[in-house]
Each structure stands twice: as C-alpha cells, then as structure tokens.
Design a protein around this ligand. Structure first.
Ligand code: SAM
Length: 257
C-alpha cells in the first residue's frame, strides 16, 4: 500500500479486532463518519484498537446508524511510547486534571494514578470514580489525535497511605521546597536506563494545588522516591505535571519515542 493511502486524516479508536483483508463493523463511530465528517464508501480511515497496530480501513457502507469497512493494510504504530512512564497526580480542581490527562497522553504517559493527599481539595478518592467515564473519553480522544494506538492505563484512585512505588520503577517526587535536591532532568539522566526496553519505568509524583506536606515528602523518600526539583520557580500543579513528564522523557532519551 502506498504511503499516501495512509494519509487518511481521521483516526478512530474502535474496541474490536481488526484482521487484514477482512470486513469490520464501524457502528460505534457511524454517526461521526456519516454526519460529522460526511465520509463515503471508498474513502479510508485509520483505526486503532489498542493492540499496537494501526489499520487502514476502506469504508464500504456509511449511514448515521451503521457503518462497515474492510481492513486493507496494517502497520506498527510509531506513536506508542517505548518507556513506561507512570504519573501519580494528586487530585486537582475543575478541569485541570482532564488537562493533565490529555497533555500527559500526548507526551507519552503510560499510566495515570490519581492520588488524594492531605491538601487535596477534591476528595475522598472514591469520589473520583464518577469522573472516570469522562476521563477515559479524554484519554481516548488524545490517543486518536496524537497518533498512539495503546491507551494509557487510568488506575483506580488511591488515598495517600496506599501510595507505593511500582516495582521495577525509578520514582521521583517533585517538591518545590527541596533545598539542594537535584533537578529532575539531572536525576533521570543519571539512571542506568537501557535504550531499547520499556522497563525500568519512571514514576513521577506531583502534588495538588496546595502542595505536598513535608511529612508526605519524607514518607515518599522513605518509600524509595527520590526528591527532585523542577527548577527555581513555583509551578502550578498542572504545569508541574507536564514539565516533569517532558523533562523525564527528554533526559531518558525517549522524547522521540
Ligand atoms: N507549595 C506550592 C506553593 O507555594 O504555591 C504549591 C504546590 S505547587 C502549586 C503543586 C505541585 O507542583 C507541588 O506539590 C510539586 O509537586 C510541584 N511543583 C511545583 N513547582 C515545583 C518546583 N519548582 N520544584 C518541584 N516541584 C514543584
């Protein structure tokens, strides 16, 4: 299949198997195809289902209620991250957390863990479950838009005492009051990270708007998280999350992958 066939402008996450040469149902996205994008049989879209491939689908039938296509080509998805990057983000007010999910997905976060800490305004952890459908949709749309195929995992929300550094991960807790701590980029660059493996992963812990308490930071350090700085300025939590993700991936030499 020539490269320009892959110039299909539209990418959709559709949770179903795609088999090369076989027909496939596109009913879950029929309305978008027919009425929003007004696509017609013969045109192509790119479909992803989280298995690490992108498939090229030629539309066979399109109505607002039903759509079908045929898988005419497939390829590995170049946009999937190649390093596990887990963002432990303390809960944030209003749509800030959605913003972190969307931008974190674009940047390459592979797992999001919502955390309720002492100064979290949005609490308790169980109250966050009602946001999960919306949060999953934000993640899926970001995956479609940015050219990934695998959805980052949205882990269940945890209360601070349940915080634990995941196995086979280097953990970093960002603290603006960390006198003399290395900056995150320097700390990650010092890790013995082999280039061609996803593990060990990198785990980042960012506080809420009100910040982490000194006791929380001490507890995290005792649990194996390295205390790091994100620079001399106080960043908003949502800024800190994305600055940390960017610094870590760049320092790990993975920003291009
Ligand atoms: N204590 C802050 C203040 O005085 O406004 C509030 C916390 S800050 C808005 C939210 C989170 O971002 C912090 O808990 C920390 O994880 C991270 N953060 C912000 N700036 C940072 C910096 N310069 N170094 C390390 N972490 C930072």
């Amino acid at each position: 299949m020539t490269g320009n066939a892959w110039q299909a402008r539209h990418r959709f996450f559709v949770d179903q198997p795609f088999i090369l040469g076989a027909p496939c149902s596109l009913d879950p996205i029929a309305r978008q195809l027919a009425t929003v994008l007004r696509l017609a049989p013969g045109q192509t879209i790119i479909a992803i289902n989280g298995d690490g491939r992108e498939v090229l689908v030629e539309l066979q039938s399109v109505t607002s209620r039903s759509a079908a296509g045929r898988v005419i080509d497939q390829r590995p998805c170049a946009g999937d991250p190649t390093r596990d990057l887990i963002l432990f983000q303390c809960s944030l007010k209003q749509d800030k957390f959605e913003w972190v999910l969307q931008k974190g997905t674009e940047l390459g976060v592979t797992r999001f863990v919502p955390v309720v800490s002492a100064r979290s305004v949005v609490r308790p952890a169980v109250a966050l479950h009602k946001k999960y459908d919306r949060w999953q949709a934000v993640i899926r749309e970001a995956v479609e838009q940015c050219g990934r195929s695998r959805l980052p995992l949205l882990a269940p929300p945890i209360e601070w005492p349940a915080l634990a550094l995941p196995q086979d991960c280097h953990g970093f807790v960002a603290w603006e009051a960390a006198d003399g701590a290395p900056d995150l980029a320097t700390a990650v660059a010092a890790l013995p990270l082999a280039a061609d493996v996803t593990r060990p992963g990198i785990a980042l812990l960012i506080g809420p708007e009100g910040g982490l308490t000194a006791e929380e930071v001490a507890g995290a350090a005792a649990g194996g998280w390295q205390v790091v700085s994100l620079g001399p300025r106080i960043l908003r939590a949502e800024t800190a999350a994305l600055a940390a993700v960017t610094m870590a991936l760049a320092a790990a030499g993975k920003f291009g992958a």
